[in-house]
Design a protein around this ligand. Structure first.
Ligand code: IVH
Length: 679
């Protein structure tokens, strides 16, 4: 069909108007037309494109959300390497950096650009003739993953550049999730009874790694652009400051907090100001990036193997505040472990309001000597998990008693005991303890276990309150009539839940074993046990010696499994699961490495400070994929993940010939699995 002459100019006109409107709204935060006008134009464009499909182009504002692609995340070789930054953590280190620059140049640099260091996900976006053609993650700096389809869904990323775009330009920036959007997302999670997301950065990273762009589009992501990569046919740029201006002229979102400064004193003032105003922004920052302004000077000082000499990241320390520890309460977890936590007078620290923080166990409470009523120092460890650092003893009222673990569980009234040689106390109430049962059921249905969609805390609580379930086997015999009686539940939601439950009857044995929550049996061990025994009844009849005979399984795990298997209640539970139609036998071993990111059977050492992960966070990422994290490097270590200031573990890894991954390599490992270690 040949395009109709009158239609074509109108289509172009509407598209231009929509591109301009997007720029005003998402980039400049200064809308020019009303939402109603915008919607009207969009509707007209959709109607015209539907009637004339051959007029549809890739950069049309209607084309943000595409269909899932098979080649999503394909490797992309960057036109120019994406370097990372060296960190400095004090004014002294900053001065040392500046002194090195002055030595290399034979004079002080002419000036610097100070920028906020955005805590998000680095991205490279390429525009050819002004049209977005490719977006990629940093990956290892040379090769990243293609995330074009997902980045196109981010409204703050123009599909078409404004002004006079060059033939080709590759720009770099940071995708992030605004703090408000993150809070809204977690509020929704809580409503659904789902676990909250940990932090905006990881959530943003997870969002751009969705297979389906429609999923990414649901997340309110945004972007700041801060660096020009390869350019063909563009203007002569002399400074970083000009580059930022040019990016803005092209309609890209450039952070207005950036400043050009003359000297070290001004850099230090910028750092102080940034740290003070740290949480006034709608996005998280973890430092200040200082760049030599003059691009000629940048070329003169050049790069080390890993990072430019002309730029440095000044890391901001985790923020600390004081507040009152109102009281200490306890949680009973799915295994019966009792964990004390601090109930705090709400305090805003590290960009969030903290109301409680784990205290781990009674020993830890006494070691830190924190007591109910104390004024305490709190911070977010790795800027994420709230932590009580310690008491301000000078403010303690005299005669403040120490805290002790209650003798009886407040949820079920059964004794709390501290097993010989262990740090964690336990509730002895078994599944008669409502707190333990709730946590157990939630775990049973969770992602790494039976993966029953829709069975989060909210639904679990409802089923428990209504007395519909008393143990996991009851999940499989729920009566739709009972569910339909619940407020807000209709045919569809009931059918969805029952469908998800039905699907869970057929999970691989490794999943079922994980779900059963046997002490010391996490995902990795569960899969090892499943691979060896192929059947739950066979495992339950196995001797401790047989179990301990499996490579990598020690006497502690074997003892725990054997004890669990002998327990009458557990035997009953398994019989009832079987009667309800839950599969207890694998027809054949589950293939190892079921997903590309599987790390089962591999052990890792994490050392040094990582940019985007706390130590615990890095460990959790590895363990979620079935891997193990150990404290020391040995011949069995699959790889060492090394952040800044890694220490002696690196030398040990080198001497043993064990691969060492930097943070980008670690990202890649998480995204693509252990295959990358062989390259
Ligand atoms: S410039 C060669 N500027 O920090 C220069 N990076 O540790 C490389 N980042 O991978 C980057 N804000 O993801 C630069 N204003 C900023 C930044 C920034 C955040 C991230 C970026 C980079 C990492 C380096």
């Amino acid at each position: 069909m040949t395009p109709v002459p009158d239609i074509e100019p109108r289509v172009a006109e509407i598209r231009n108007a929509l591109h301009r409107a997007n720029h005003r709204y998402y980039v400049l935060d200064d809308p020019e037309i009303s939402d109603a006008e915008y919607d009207g134009l969009m509707r007209e464009l959709i109607a015209l494109e539907t009637a004339h499909p051959d007029l549809v182009t890739d950069d049309s504002p209607t084309q943000r959300v595409g269909t899932p692609l098979d080649d999503a995340f394909a490797p992309v070789t960057h036109l120019e390497r994406m370097f990372s930054l060296d960190n400095v953590e004090s004014v002294d280190e900053l001065e040392a950096w500046q002194a090195r620059l002055a030595r290399a140049l034979g004079r002080d640099p002419a000036g610097y650009v100070c920028e906020q260091k955005i805590d998000g996900l680095a991205v490279s976006i390429t525009y050819a003739d002004g049209r977005l053609v490719r977006a990629a993650t940093r990956g290892d700096g040379q090769v990243g993953e293609d995330i074009t389809a997902n980045v196109r869904t981010i409204d703050a990323v123009p599909l078409r550049l404004l002004g006079t775009p060059p033939e080709l330009v590759e720009v770099r920036g940071e995708i992030y999730m605004p703090v408000a959007a993150f809070a809204a997302l977690n509020a929704r999670q809580a409503e659904l009874g789902q676990k909250p997301y940990v932090n905006p950065r990881n959530t943003a990273a997870g969002s751009v790694r969705q297979k389906d762009p429609a999923k990414t589009a649901e997340r309110a992501l945004s972007i700041w652009l801060y660096q020009v990569g390869r350019v063909t046919g563009g203007p002569e740029l002399a400074t970083q400051w000009e580059s930022l201006q040019w990016l803005a002229d092209l309609g890209l979102r450039v952070n207005p907090a950036s400043e050009r400064v003359d000297d070290l004193v001004a850099i230090e003032a910028y750092v102080v100001r940034t740290e003070k105003g740290r949480h006034a922004n709608d996005y998280e920052i973890d430092g200040v990036v200082v760049k030599v302004d003059d691009l000629g000077e940048q070329r003169e000082v050049g790069y080390t193997a890993k990072s430019p000499r002309w730029a440095v990241a000044y890391k901001l320390p985790p923020e600390e505040k004081t507040t009152t520890l109102e009281r200490i309460e306890i949680n009973v977890g799915r295994t019966g472990a009792v964990t004390p936590f601090a109930v705090l007078e709400p305090v805003f620290v590290g960009g969030v309001t903290i109301t409680n923080a784990t205290l781990h166990n009674e020993g830890e409470i006494h070691r830190k000597d924190v007591r109910p009523g104390d004024t305490v120092i709190v911070r977010r460890a790795g800027d994420v998990i709230p932590e009580v650092v310690g008491p301000v003893v000078s403010k303690r009222p005299t005669d403040t008693p120490q805290w002790h673990m209650p003798a009886k569980c407040p949820f079920c009234g059964n004794p709390i005991v501290l097993p010989e040689g262990e740090a964690k106390a336990r509730c002895t109430g078994g599944f008669t303890c409502p707190s333990r049962l709730r946590e157990y059921l939630y775990h049973f249905a969770s992602r790494g276990a039976m993966d029953i969609e829709g069975l989060g805390y909210k639904t679990v609580d409802m089923l428990l309150t209504e007395g519909l379930i008393k143990d996991p086997a009851d999940i499989f015999t729920l009566d739709p009539e009972d569910l339909l009686a619940f407020e807000g539940w209709g045919e569809v939601s009931v059918a969805n839940l029952l469908g998800a439950i039905d699907g869970a009857k057929d999970r691989p044995l490794g999943r079922l074993l994980t779900a059963l929550g046997i002490d010391h049996v996490g995902g990795t061990v569960a899969r090892q046990l499943a691979a060896r025994f192929l059947s739950l009844p066979a495992l339950m009849e196995a001797s401790e010696e047989e179990i301990a005979g499996i490579e990598g399984i020690g006497p502690e795990i074997a003892g725990s499994v054997a004890m669990w298997s002998r327990d009458e209640d557990n035997r009953n539970l398994v019989a009832r699961l079987e009667a309800a139609g839950v599969r207890l036998v694998d027809p054949e071993p589950e293939p190892a490495g079921a997903t590309a990111s599987e790390l089962a059977g591999l052990s890792f050492v994490v050392t040094g400070t990582l940019d985007g992960f706390s130590r615990a966070g890095a460990k959790a990422e590895i363990e979620q994929r079935g891997g193990k994290v150990t404290g020391s490097v040995s011949g069995k270590t699959a790889a060492v993940i090394a952040g800044a200031s890694p220490g002696s573990k690196l030398a040990k890894a080198d001497s043993l010939g064990i691969p060492v991954l930097d943070e980008a390599g670690f990202d890649l490992l998480l995204a693509e699995g252990p295959g990358i270690l062989e390259k």
